[in-house]
Design a protein around this ligand. Sequence first.
Ligand code: AMP
Ligand code: TRP
Length: 355
Amino acid sequence: MTSFKPLVFSGVQPTGNLHLGNYLGAIRKFVDLQESNDCIYCVVDLHAITAQLVHGDLGAQTRSITAAFLASGIDPKKHIVFNQARVPQHAELAWIFNCVARIGWMNRMTQFKDKAGKDRENASLGLLAYPSLMAADILVYRATHVPVGDDQKQHLELTRDIAAKFNNDFSEKIGELGVGVEMQVGDETVNGFFPMTEPLIDGPITRVMSLRDGTKKMSKSDPSDLSRINLTDDADTISKKIKKAKTDPEPLPSDIEGLKGRPEAENLVGIYAALAGTTREQVIADFGGQQFSVFKPALADLAVDKLAPIATEMRKLEADPAYIDSVLRDGGERAGAIAEATMKTVKQIVGLLDN
Ligand code: AMP
Ligand code: TRP
């Protein structure tokens, strides 16, 4: 019996500045996972044109996300770092998945509903099909694990639905060609070409909230810059934003239960735990009963210590776009070789002639 080789894949869109939510929800996990896994990290430029077609400088944005990956410690030699548009098999597999997935599945996606807003008829067809391209990003490498923030959970469930339907619809052909891999799905052992990819969402904070409103997600699109810490912020700015963060007047509670109903306090404790590489329980053990006037400066120092060097390194890397392009080119070639092999088999399975 063969089984899928563990492989980590994730993607980040080149739209707007990266912030602490992207860092703790995604990039920090990318860095940790590379220790004991093969990893592919992609700047998803084709996704960036789904919500807004024309961008000021998409190339510069793509380089900037790449610089953030490298500055955070991702090793592009041991692993693969590239931008999606370099590997046309993503779009090719997405087309096949458009024919596997059902319109109803896409219509139910909360990210689509949020981004399309009231005027759904006027959203791009690409925005509706976004999750199908995301499934293709992952499955063109037959990746088994995907580190993401909490907001991507639904898209990963859909990725599994697409893989399961493809495996099931083509089960006979997959068996005939002998290209299936045995896997456990619930109680059953099934033979399929695509794995049931697992999300990796855990950690002390899976959803970083706005510094101005603990009930809203920290986001690139919030009009207030004080609501987020950008990965490009310098030490003074990071410090200032944490000191200005909204809180309630109570001191920190003495146990974790006491964070319930205090979204701002809960957010800051989660951020501290994630940045320090510890648990929320430990942070409460250290700071329980203390005022924010004590906790905030400690958090500001920690954040500056962990984040300011990334900003400095990003600026250095961004000053050398030719180097960044060479990383993306090399990554694209290596990713392309894997994706090409997958697509050859997919075409055989579907019956598309390619010889
Ligand atoms: P995006 O910028 O939307 O492409 O997101 C890139 C990654 O960051 C995804 O894995 C998201 O789930 C994650 N992410 C975005 N915002 C947050 C947040 N506020 N908290 C945690 N993770 C986030
Ligand atoms: N949809 C993801 C986001 O908005 C980005 C993304 C695209 C992605 N393709 C992916 C994430 C594949 C993980 C795996 O954050």
